[in-house]
Design a protein around this ligand. Structure first.
Ligand code: AMP
Ligand code: MN
Ligand code: MN
Ligand code: MN
Length: 286
């Protein structure tokens, strides 16, 4: 039987939540509200990973807060073989020119995509949805959730989930993929900023095992370093399987809630399973 040293015990009890959203993308809480909530939930290290933006960090004084460690983060959108894929950039230099260039590129892609989504919705009878979505996004990084909320607000659908199922999700008119930067380009930006590139929630893409391995191989070939082995309240079998893949592919393991807002469908901050001890956590290289 192995016994833990006291140092290992402390390490083991620390909660790393390396995937969360603020209202600078499609989250509900402001950066300070998110941090307050993370502390309440016992999180010791929090990465804020908004979709394609680092604007939240303009509103946080990272240096001055000793009760929680805040890690710079971002969740980049890209597509791989016409499938929407998310890449987390973690622990990078916030003032990196490369990363800022990446953010600008993706912001433009989001604006162009929003116009196209609006045109598609217009075609099927929902007029001027861009105005509605932009108002909801408050001109911060506009995304499909803002269009979804707009469709709810005008009574076109009963809820956000229905908006995705009918109009915005995979294969629906508002599902437009072609503008994002490529997977290698995104990884290059993250690494130039001295960050770690992690493939987010690998099981959410609903790929066959062969195709997932193919994605991981391409991710590694482009310089990717980590796999999000634990994402929110995924089932234990999924975690076991991802841990196996993580070890097999010699990647570092990450974990996070993917918290967007308080409520039942999203995992709570810090509230998810531990990374299996067979994996090397991504923070070991920080
Ligand atoms: P975007 O980055 O603009 O393409 O929007 C993708 C985001 O929409 C995801 O990160 C989720 O937060 C959200 N999303 C996707 N599908 C759903 C759904 N069925 N219900 C609620 N939110 C969703
Ligand atoms: Mn989201
Ligand atoms: Mn995601
Ligand atoms: Mn996310």
């Amino acid at each position: 039987m192995t016994t833990l040293t006291s140092l290992e015990k402390i390490y083991d009890s620390m909660i790393y939540d390396l995937h969360s959203h603020t209202n600078f993308s499609d989250g509900m809480l402001t950066p300070s509200e998110l941090i307050v909530r993370a502390k309440k939930m016992g999180v010791s290290t929090l990465a804020i990973t908004d979709h394609d933006t680092i604007s939240a960090f303009k509103h946080i004084k990272i240096q001055n807060d000793h009760s929680i460690n805040i890690v710079p983060g971002i969740e980049f959108s890209t597509s791989w073989k016409k499938i929407n894929i998310h890449i987390l950039g973690l622990n990078f230099k916030l003032n990196s020119t490369a990363l800022k260039e990446g953010v600008r590129f993706q912001e433009k892609a989001r604006s162009q995509r929003a116009i196209m989504i609006s045109e598609k919705l217009d075609d099927i009878g929902f007029k001027r949805s861009l105005d509605g979505a932009l108002r909801l996004a408050k001109n911060e990084n506009i995304g499909r959730p803002h269009f979804a909320q707009h469709l709810v607000n005008i009574g076109a659908v009963d809820n956000i989930d229905q908006a995705f199922r009918k109009y915005l999700g995979v294969g629906k008119p508002g599902d437009i993929k072609s503008f994002w930067a490529s997977l290698p380009q995104i990884i290059k930006w993250i690494k130039e900023a001295e960050g770690t590139a992690v493939l987010a929630h690998p099981k959410k893409y609903k790929l066959t095992r062969t195709k997932l391995k193919h994605l991981i191989d391409d991710f590694i070939l482009a310089g990717g370093q980590g796999l999000e082995v634990v994402s929110g309240n995924q089932n234990p079998e999924t975690t076991k399987d991802l841990a196996k893949l993580c070890i097999e592919k010699k990647l570092l393991a990450s974990c996070g809630s993917d918290f967007h807002k308080p409520g039942e469908t999203w995992a709570e901050l810090g509230n998810f399973a531990k990374i299996p001890s067979s994996c090397i956590p991504v923070w070991d290289c920080w």
